[in-house]
Structure formats: structure tokens, C-alpha cells
Design a protein. Structure first.
Length: 121
């Protein structure tokens, strides 16, 4: 039960920086803001699905990789002076879902196997 609580607390902490999308696109129509926010939260939903399915090592690896990538993306977009920087919020989930997340999940599985832990609950 403690691991479940810890996972959801870490997930919530990882999702908070993604709320910068609302700040960056504050002049956009509200429906666009909601949709782009949901798009940026999609990689975190995959981590929750993996965790709920019992793939603990994969879910932790996915979550950590996607959270680090998301934080880096938020910092670079918010601190950029370029007018096209906000497009990063549209492309970050693509990279998270196709490269960063699966790579993190793979590392999580390899780490669990190396330590002799079960890769699922």
C-alpha cells in the first residue's frame, strides 16, 4: 500500500510542471488549452496504466524518464525568448510516448532483473 501511495504522489509531483502549458498558452481559446494540457498529461497516464497493470518496474522507469523529460521541456520553453518555443509543448508528448517513456520502461525492467526483483507485483 505504501508503494501505491508513493507512486501516485510522485506522479502528481511530476505532473505539476506540466501546468505551465496553461501559462504559456493563456491567450489561446480555453478548449485549446484543455486539449494541449491533456495531450501533455498523456505520457503520465501511460505510467499509471502500467502501474495498475502490475508492471511496477516498467511504470517507475517510464514515470521517471517522462518526468525528467517533462521538467526539461518546461524549463526550456518557459525560459526561451523565441516565439516558436511554445511548440515544444506540442511535440514533447510525441517524444515521451515514442522514445523517452519506452526507454525508461526498458531501463526499469533491466534494473529490476539485475537486482533479482520481480518486474511485476
Amino acid at each position: 500500500m505504501i508503494e501505491v501511495r508513493r507512486f501516485y504522489i510522485v506522479t502528481l509531483s511530476a505532473v505539476l510542471p506540466q501546468l505551465a502549458v496553461v501559462y504559456v498558452y493563456s491567450a489561446a481559446p480555453p478548449m485549446f488549452i484543455v486539449l494541449i494540457l491533456l495531450w501533455n498529461l498523456a505520457p503520465f497516464v501511460i505510467a499509471i496504466i502500467l502501474f495498475a497493470a502490475g508492471a511496477r518496474a516498467a511504470s517507475w522507469g517510464w514515470l521517471i524518464a517522462v518526468a525528467l523529460w517533462g521538467c526539461w521541456e518546461v524549463v526550456t520553453v518557459v525560459s526561451s525568448e523565441r516565439s516558436t518555443a511554445a511548440l515544444g509543448f506540442m511535440w514533447a508528448p510525441v517524444w515521451s510516448l515514442t522514445l523517452v517513456g519506452p526507454l525508461g520502461a526498458g531501463i526499469g525492467i533491466l534494473r529490476a532483473k539485475r537486482q533479482g526483483n520481480s518486474i511485476s507485483s
